[in-house]
Design a protein around this ligand. Structure first.
Ligand code: ZN
Ligand code: ZN
Length: 159
């Protein structure tokens, strides 16, 4: 399987979607290195690249697949009953990735006092919400915000 090249001295752009390099390669591989709707390769698009399509309602981490920017720009606004589009949306990569790790998208909020690790930080559930233990003055987050930001695969229960 060909591996993507990391931009010199820069973080990979996929880290913004909480995707590791291995996960990004897996996403590209399952797409056969083509837009999953119009099947153009990166070289066949006008600008030479494909993008990670994610379900922003679930979270930035929720990569659905690989699209060209034209298909990516249209996918939220098309109300056509195109079967290819329906099949694509009905079988997103993040659900398959979670299932392969024995996880589900739904992750019940752990009880008060629980500590989790997520996004290189440790968080504890307090009566005011989830507080970062590594940061002196961080705003408390709700469980929905933690889940949305990091995803079930990036949240580890510590006790
Ligand atoms: Zn990378
Ligand atoms: Zn396309």
């Amino acid at each position: 399987m060909p591996q993507h090249e990391t931009p010199h001295r820069r973080a990979c752009s996929h880290t913004r979607y909480k995707l590791s390099c291995a996960e990004y390669d897996e996403l590209m591989h399952q797409a056969d290195y083509r837009c999953q709707l119009c099947h153009r390769s990166a070289g066949e698009t006008g600008h030479g690249h494909l993008v990670v399509d994610h379900d922003f309602r679930v979270g930035d981490w929720a990569g659905r697949g690989i699209l060209c920017s034209t298909c990516n720009g249209k996918i939220e606004y098309t109300d056509s009953e195109d079967p290819a589009r329906a099949a694509y949306l009905g079988n997103p990569w993040y659900r398959r990735m979670l299932a392969s790790r024995g996880l589900r998208v739904e992750l019940a909020e752990p009880p008060l006092g629980t500590t989790v690790h997520a996004g290189r930080r440790t968080w504890r559930r307090t009566p005011n919400g989830w507080c970062s233990l590594d940061r002196y003055r961080g705003r408390a987050l709700t469980w929905a915000q933690i889940h949305r930001r990091f995803g079930p695969h990036n949240i580890t229960l510590l006790d």
